[in-house]
Write a protein that binds this ligand. Structure first.
Ligand code: C2E
Ligand code: CA
Ligand code: CA
Length: 781
């Protein structure tokens, strides 16, 4: 138990409090006991003094009475008067024996001993205590304590009257150790008889104490430290006499000592009990806290399995309840977060993160239990078309429907269906049997063939599925996914619906990889170049505009058309470097032409990705300044679908470009289903009708309708309208009739290198100044 623990502190505080209480109790009771013992001893001394005086008094009475009886005896008086010594002695002896007197004497009026119980030898000697007789003469009888022959006696003297006093009877008890002991047994105290010597020393004559000692000093302060002492001065003849009553303090304290010992034991027991009690209390207080702590740690580790048990109905119980609430809240939120993190919000399927997790898990399981599995990657065909033509909401609903059908096709709970993003789905199948996997793929394709109707529209969607098996096609998650992806592309390309991965497929994908590094080199090693395709004004037949189109002259592959690497560059993000290169090259070219007296406005294509990057206007502003080109000479073409991907963002960027003075054209118009309201808000100057409509005009009436209405729409909005993909004179004429402003197409010229374009322009001008007719372009001559 460490001291900084709550339990230790509670225990220590309680123990200290209890200890203080016990010790204080012990001290108070002990001091009461000591005071009590002292006052008790004092009281005993007082009682003993009274008893002692009483005994002395009653012994005196006894002696006086016995002496009185003998003195009053007629025969005795006669014997005294007649000096019949034998009778006197025997009478004295008889009466003395009756009360067991130790000494009986008869003294004549001259103070001489007539008879003495101690023997005839003392007759004729003086009576030892003449003062006693003097006192008895005054009072009738008298009593004293005195020494005779070195022994201590209590003596009385009574006159013998016939009727005048003719002699004195003296009778006494010897006072020796026995007397002292008797006294001691009556008073329960030690009794000592003392007399004072001429040298101021008090000598112990008789005592109940086992050892006699002489004591010095003031009589009132006689005694020793270990005794409670009282000294009584006695009436005596001769030397001063005193009796000392002593109470042994140790003896007096003995019962109290027992009490004290008992008290000490009780105190110690109390202390021990309080220690035990406080430890128990502390534990009972801290145990639920410890339980809550353990519980919190468990929750901290993410174990929400059990709520904490509520055994207390006090504050601790309330706290436990609060903890349980907290745990519920945390686990619920965590569940929700996990759900959000691992769920595809649109379809409710698992997302890519979840799929990767489960795939990794499946790989680990499979390595241990040798339970193989397969993975399917699926991509919808023509989904982009659906999205583009019917709009995102329909596209979203289509994805949900596909998800539903996928789930319905897979029965096993161990199978996992996920949407990896866009129109890409993946399935984790708990079988490595390629035939079984192919059957599943067929089932999926079949279920997607069933007509899908969304908001009354019949939507036709197909899919391509790539299949890989673990462990045959790879042991690593990324390898498996990449190979499933490759198989899927193979399926798409071959229109087979599904394809099982084969090693030979991989060559194509390595092609893709090398394309990436080659593209990087293309910019660095100047393999890219810009060709320029002219745009002709139908009204004036002048060429004042060209469109810059990027070309890649690959050292081994030869000429690579932009359609084959621009989308790839967009996917990989490399488009940024290409675009910058194109912009700089085009602006540079524009400046060069102007320096040579050729006024050509150049338009460049900008991809959707860059439209979102707000650095685009700054890039152009910097380049225009660098080459000192007027902004009106620059055009930017953005496809309609790029704008519609994120119209708000697009408008913002376009506004900034427009503010610079750069002109804007909506490319591939008619394919993106723009909302007119957006179009109206955009600072565009030109609409470029998509070449598919222009080229289709000759064959399809619908296309012509679209072209016509686009021209009208553009004009209504105050925009110039350009038709691209003009391949023939008829189309050109028709466009002119429809009021189209500008044309661009192979009929005029393909995109040409700058020097070629300059030559073409020269020819063009010559041809048109010579033949102001419907005959146009060198190609048609
Ligand atoms: P786009 O912007 O629609 O460019 C017009 C495309 O139509 C060019 O193809 C052009 O050669 C072709 N074309 C012009 N007249 C005719 C015609 O009469 N008949 C036919 N069949 N085709 C005609 P290209 O040069 O292969 O470019 C294809 C696409 O590549 C361009 O379509 C454009 O989206 C993209 N692209 C080209 N250069 C760049 C560039 O520098 N940056 C970006 N981001 N994209 C570019
Ligand atoms: Ca274009
Ligand atoms: Ca176009």
């Amino acid at each position: 138990m460490r001291f900084h623990s709550l339990r230790a502190r509670i225990a220590v505080v309680i123990v200290l409090l209890m200890l203080a209480a016990q010790v204080a109790g012990y001290i108070v009771i002990s001091s009461v006991i000591r005071t009590n013992a002292r006052s008790n001893s004092e009281e005993q001394l007082s009682v003993a003094e009274r008893v002692f005086r009483q005994v002395l008094h009653s012994n005196g009475e006894k002696l006086t009475q016995a002496a009185g009886v003998v003195a009053a005896d007629f025969g005795f008086r006669e014997a005294v008067a007649t000096h019949d010594e034998n009778t006197v002695v025997s009478a004295l002896k008889n009466h003395g024996d009756r009360i067991q007197a130790d000494i009986v004497m008869l003294a004549d009026l001259d103070g001489k001993l007539v008879a003495d119980s101690r023997g005839p030898a003392r007759e004729g000697r003086p009576f030892p205590f003449p003062s006693l007789i003097t006192a008895a003469t005054r009072q009738g009888d008298a009593s004293t304590i005195g020494m005779i022959d070195g022994r201590l006696y209590q003596l009385v003297a009574v006159p013998v009257r016939a009727p005048l006093t003719i002699a004195w009877v003296a009778m006494g008890f010897l006072i020796n150790d026995n007397t002292a002991r008797e006294m001691a047994s009556l008073t329960s105290l030690d009794v000592s008889f003392l007399d004072r010597r001429p040298d101021d020393r008090w000598s112990m004559l008789a005592s109940s104490l086992p050892e006699k000692r002489d004591v010095r000093g003031d009589v009132a302060r006689l005694g020793e430290e270990n005794y409670a002492t009282r000294v009584i001065l006695l009436q005596s003849s001769g030397e001063p006499m005193a009796v000392m009553l002593q109470r042994s303090l140790r003896a007096a304290m003995a019962p109290f000592h027992r009490l004290q010992s008992a008290l000490l034991v009780i105190t110690l027991c109390g202390v021990l009990l309080s220690i035990a009690g406080s430890v128990a209390t502390a534990r009972s207080v801290t145990r639920p806290i410890a339980a809550l702590t353990r519980f919190s740690r468990r929750v901290g580790l993410g174990d929400y399995a059990e709520p904490i048990e509520i055994t207390h109905h006090d504050e601790v119980g309330e706290l436990a309840k609060a903890f349980n609430h907290m745990q519920d809240g945390i686990s619920e939120r965590e569940r929700r977060i996990t759900e959000l993190a691992y769920m595809d919000r649109l379809t409710g399927l698992s997302n890519r993160a979840m799929f990767n997790d489960r795939l990794q898990q499946a790989i680990e399981n499979a390595l241990q239990t040798e339970r193989p599995f397969s993975v399917m990657m699926m991509d919808l065909d023509r989904f982009k078309d659906v999205n583009d033509t019917l709009g995102h909401p329909i596209g979203d609903q289509l994805l949900c429907e596909v998800a539903k059908r996928l789930l319905a096709t897979l029965h096993r709970s161990t199978d996992l269906v996920a949407r990896l993003g866009g129109d890409e789905f993946a399935v984790l199948l708990s079988t490595d049997d390629i035939d079984a996997a192919q059957l599943v793929a067929q089932r999926i394709l079949k279920t997607l063939e069933q007509p899908i109707t969304i908001e009354g529209q019949l939507v036709d969607v197909g899919a391509s599925i790539g299949i890989v098996a673990f462990p045959e096609n790879g042991l690593d998650m990324n390898v498996l996914l990449r190979r499933a992806d490759i198989a899927m592309y193979v399926a798409k390309r071959s229109n087979a619906g599904y394809a099982v991965y084969d090693e030979k497929h991989d060559q194509n994908s390595s092609e893709r990889l090398s394309l990436m590094s080659e593209l990087r080199q293309a910019v660095e090693h100047d393999q890219l170049m810009l060709h320029y395709q002219p745009k002709m004004d139908l009204a004036t037949r002048t060429v004042k505009y060209v469109e810059a189109l990027v070309r890649w002259d690959h050292p081994t592959r030869g000429f690579v058309p932009p359609d084959q690497f621009i989308p790839f560059a967009e996917q990989t993000g490399y488009i940024k470097a290409i675009s910058h290169w194109v912009a700089e090259k085009a602006i540079q070219q524009c400046a060069a032409w102007r320096a040579n007296g050729i006024e050509l406005a150049v338009s460049v294509n900008v991809s959707a990705r860059e439209l979102i990057q707000s650095s685009l206007p700054d890039t152009f502003a910097a380049l225009l300044e660098k080459y000192d080109v007027a902004p009106e000479m620059m055009w930017i073409e953005i496809t309609e679908s790029a704008i519609m991907d994120d119209p708000n963002h697009a408008i913002e960027t376009l506004d900034r470009l427009h503010a610079l003075g750069i002109r804007l054209a909506v490319d591939d118009f008619g394919t993106g289903y723009s909302s007119l309201s957006y179009l109206k808000r955009m600072p565009v100057d030109e609409l470029k009708i998509d070449k598919s409509f222009v080229m289709g005009m000759a064959l399809h009436k619908d296309d012509e309708t679209i072209v016509r209405s686009t021209i009208d729409l553009g004009h209504n909005m105050g925009l110039k309208v350009v038709a691209e993909g003009v391949e023939s004179e008829e189309i050109l004429t028709r466009l002119k009739e429809l009021g189209c402003d500008l044309v661009q197409g192979f009929h005029l010229s393909r995109a040409l290198a700058p020097s070629m374009l300059e030559a073409w322009l020269l020819d063009w001008e010559i041809a048109n100044s010579m033949v102001p007719s419907e005959q146009v372009g060198p190609g048609s001559i």
